[in-house]
Write a protein that binds this ligand. Structure first.
Ligand code: HEC
Length: 492
């Protein structure tokens, strides 16, 4: 049977080739981080595929489907594994990088393996960043807003990248779609390609072995079964740890993103250091902390094999490099601890809903306020369900800017409740909702100057009629007559 397969494919000899490799100086637990990272990556892909079965990327469904995942024990468990798997993967890439740096394994002829490895770390961080937005709860929204705004401040291409990643000038369904596409397609595809290249180069050069000037002179150990055994033990331990953490410390889902609420976002732990650095600089020097220092740091790490060109790998002869690595790690940990402490302080000032409260609350679109007026006006226009539909359309498309009760945000989004324009000439309201509006306006003595998106390509006439009827009759004390789909279709 194996013979049959071998003759036709060469798989068997290829596997043998792959496994019979010498490890200079013998197998060691020092070398397990790479394979453990690979294991975490496979776990992320597997749990991630499951999550795409349940998750629906759009502003109207992202949070709602995440909530449904939280409410199903199995789905919730898979989500928790994906959450802790991400932490494990980032931690393991970090440890792998650190081990390679300490052992001097980035040196000639392994420079490119190092460069590809650093790119893999970056891709992993991008996965963390894009995944962070997907639940579309308060922190997902506001933390991603911070990272998008930081991107926008980058010189030259910053604003362009921000606009592409955000899918327009405000965060919404398009942002979720972009992040989703990056998170499940583009970045994983690049990741797998680069992992392939990383392993290919690894096979080409062979394992670097201990930090010794000529490890090839050392007695070689074997990859199979010795190193393979250690790799398996550690990956299995990582797996158990992820399962245990998923049970005892699953992630937290907050309220659905609501841009009208003031919210203090907190970053994922792997961005804490960056966040901490931001607070060391005065606001006008923000880009130094968020763009220039990280870019400089990245370049130094990327170019390390060319910066540290001495051929020796012994630890004694490399005290300078080792001391620098130690200082960098200490600073990163110090900054992280400091900013975590700061966040804990801020959180204490702004108490959150508990998760039980969040999960118990129905999705916003369903509970959009239906004041007595709704029923009265709807009854007079002949359809109670049309009015409930208007509330739904409003909750899904308008409340993110104009507020759940149409209260608006001073200086940014005009209120629709108590706004004479809204209850005035229906033709003007239809025009604004269909075609959007920009430029200065004045509502009850407050001035606004923003951009109201055009809806005619997003919503059909029935939806637009329903939502206009709703904002004219159900927000605050608004009590104006209904608008019909025919009126909406007739308008330009
Ligand atoms: C991305 C944020 C955003 C969303 C979403 C949004 N609006 Fe607006 N809306 C605005 C802004 C900003 C203005 C003010 C435009 C200006 O300054 O000219 C505005 C203005 C208006 C006005 C005119 C108010 C006045 O006094 O002139 C109406 C009516 C309105 N929006 C209704 C809606 C409806 C209905 C929806 C949902 C279908 C909606 N808006 C969704 C941001 C938004």
């Amino acid at each position: 049977m194996l013979n049959w397969l071998e003759q036709r494919t060469g798989f068997v000899s290829a596997t043998k080739d792959f496994l019979t490799e010498d490890v200079p100086g013998g197998a060691s637990y020092w070398y397990v981080f790479g394979s453990a990272t690979l294991f975490a990556m496979i776990l992320q892909i597997t749990t991630g595929i499951f999550l795409t079965f349940w998750y629906a990327p759009s502003a109207a469904t992202a949070w709602e489907s995440t909530r449904a995942i939280y409410l199903d024990p199995f789905e919730h468990f898979v989500l928790s594994m994906h959450y802790w798997g991400a932490t494990a993967m980032i931690a393991l890439v970090g440890l792998h990088l650190l081990q390679v740096a300490i052992f001097g394994a980035y040196k000639r002829p392994r420079e490119l393996q190092w460069v590809v490895g650093v790119l893999l770390l970056l891709l992993t961080l991008v996965l963390g960043l894009t995944g962070y937005l997907l639940p579309w709860d308060m922190d997902a929204y506001f933390a991603s807003q911070v990272s998008l705004n930081i991107t926008g401040t980058a010189p030259i291409a910053g604003p362009f990248i921000q606009n592409v990643a955000q899918g327009g000038s405000v965060m919404g369904t398009e942002t979720i779609n972009r992040f989703f596409g990056l998170h499940v397609w583009l970045v994983p595809a690049l990741l797998i390609l680069l992992v392939g290249a990383h392993l290919f180069i690894f096979r080409h050069n062979g394992p670097a072995g201990p930090a010794n000037d000529d490890p090839r002179k050392l007695k070689a150990g074997r990859f199979w079964p010795d190193q393979m055994f250690m790799d398996t033990v550690v990956s299995f331990f990582v797996f158990l740890l992820i399962i245990a953490l998923s049970f005892v410390a699953p992630p937290f889902l907050d309220q659905k993103a609501d841009p009208t609420i003031v919210f203090q976002p907190y970053p994922a732990w792997y961005f804490l250091a960056l966040f901490g650095m931001l607070h060391l600089f005065p606001p006008q020097l923000d880009t130094v902390a968020t763009i220039y220092i990280p870019t400089f740091f990245l370049l130094v790490v990327l170019l390390l094999p060319w910066i540290d060109r001495s051929p020796t790998r012994t630890l004694n002869a490399r005290r300078g490099v080792l001391a620098s690595i130690f200082v960098v790690v200490a600073v990163l940990i110090g900054l992280s601890i400091q900013s975590q402490a700061q966040i804990v302080g801020l959180e204490a000032q702004n108490p959150h809903l508990t998760e039980a409260q969040v999960l118990a609350s129905k999705p916003a679109a369903v509970t959009a306020p239906a004041s007595p007026g709704t029923v009265a006006v709807a009854a007079s226009s002949g359809s109670a369900s049309a009015s409930a539909h208007g509330a739904t359309v409003f909750g899904q498309n308008c409340s993110s800017c104009h507020g759940a009760q149409g209260q608006g945000t001073p200086g940014a989004f005009p209120p629709l409740a108590g706004n004479p324009f809204v209850t005035g000439n229906p033709a003007s309201v239809i025009d604004v909702v269909k075609n959007g509006k920009t430029g200065p306006i004045n509502v009850n003595g407050q001035s606004y100057n923003g951009t109201m998106p055009a809806w005619k390509s997003q919503l059909d006439s029935a939806d637009i009629a329903a939502v206009i009827t709703y904002i004219r009759s159900s927000l605050g004390s608004n009590r104006a007559p209904a608008v019909t789909p025919a009126q909406v279709s007739a308008a330009k």
